[in-house]
Design a protein around this ligand. Structure first.
Ligand code: GDP
Ligand code: MG
Length: 311
């Protein structure tokens, strides 16, 4: 095992940060590092937190992290927000808590910038989570902005998904559209100090009513993340979900499904790159020209390119 991996696993933060950067890049070195740390993974409970930008996800995660520290659990945070890196926007407003977070060796916070590629971002996130898991962080939050595919992929990396909403008309409909309700294990109506929180809670509960065949009925919790209202309750409920997943055996099924998906993603990407190396960019450009000129259609073009690769 490389010295870097050894140092990271023994809790040296600098080594951990380096290791995370390496796996984030997703190249051969990153893959080698993952191979080395992999036997040490599979212990952490991963909590995905998603919802619209500005709904208070970062603030809520920070508060929950502090609550976990009171309960003597170590916490990793991976913030995936293409629009704003986890500068701690919300946290900066609360310098005391910010200091509490940054001074605690049992909390590790990492921001990830989007590099445009949806699959790459999701895989990068899963790999960063693996590093934190191997480094013995017991609860790992992934914060991701509510923006379609990325959030769904990232949410799939999590064992427990928290969907954050805020009071007000329209949010409910947004939720439905994105199919977010289906991935929610817990719903937080944050900014409960704003008007209409009870109505939003009622609407969400009515929508959950329609969802049949659920052994775990997602609780809807009102929170005011800025003042910590509801945070302890949120942590209680996450822990109830952890217990539920283990007792029902769902955690094992989840893990298996996730690993298969991960394998498929890797194969898909690897196959594409091999194929591309074989066929070459020039042929893609030439095909693009013909597509633009309407001399071929995408299906025929793809079929021809695949045939050529097999030659
Ligand atoms: N009034 C109120 N403001 C909040 C609450 N939670 C977060 N905020 C504020 O909302 C803004 C966005 O919060 P942030 O955590 O960065 O949202 P994110 O984009 O979802 O991560 C910040 O100015 C927070 O201080 C809350 O419960 N009530
Ligand atoms: Mg945020």
């Amino acid at each position: 095992m490389s010295q870097l991996v050894q140092d990271a696993l023994s809790g040296k933060r600098r080594a951990m940060a380096r290791l995370i950067s390496i796996v984030e890049e997703g190249n051969a070195r990153g893959r080698e590092a993952i191979a080395q740390i992999y036997p040490h993974t599979g212990r952490a409970h991963v909590i995905g937190v998603t919802g619209p930008s500005g709904s208070g996800k970062s603030t809520l995660v920070a508060q929950m992290a502090l609550e976990y520290r009171l309960r003597d659990l170590t916490v990793g945070i991976v913030a995936v927000d293409p629009t704003s890196p986890f500068s701690g926007g919300a946290l900066l407003g609360d310098r005391v808590r910010m200091r509490a977070l940054s001074g605690d060796p049992c909390i590790y916070l990492r921001s990830m910038a989007s590099r445009g590629s949806t699959g790459g971002l999701a895989r990068g996130t899963a790999d960063v989570v693996k590093v934190l898991d191997a480094c013995k962080y017991q609860r790992i939050f992934i914060e991701t902005v509510g923006a379609g595919q990325i959030e769904l992929d990232v949410a799939r990396t999590a064992h427990t998904v928290i969907v954050v909403q805020v009071p007000g008309m329209g949010d409910e409909i947004q939720t439905l559209k994105a199919g977010i309700l289906e991935i929610a294990d817990i719903l937080a109506v944050n900014k409960a100090d704003h008007q209409g929180a009870d109505r939003t809670v009622a609407t969400l509960e009515a929508m959950l009513e329609l969802a049949v065949d659920q052994k775990w009925r997602p609780p809807v919790v009102k929170t005011i993340a800025t003042s910590g209202v509801g945070t302890a309750e949120m942590v209680d409920i996450v822990e109830q979900h952890v217990a539920y997943l283990h007792e029902s055996g769902e955690i094992r099924q989840q893990a298996r499904a996730r690993l298969v998906r991960e394998l498929q993603d890797i194969l898909r990407e690897e196959l594409y790159h091999r194929w591309l190396a074989h066929v070459g960019q020039d042929r893609i450009k030439e095909t693009a020209d013909r597509l633009v000129a309407r001399r071929t259609d995408p299906y025929t073009a793809a079929h021809e390119l695949l045939m050529r690769a097999e030659e």
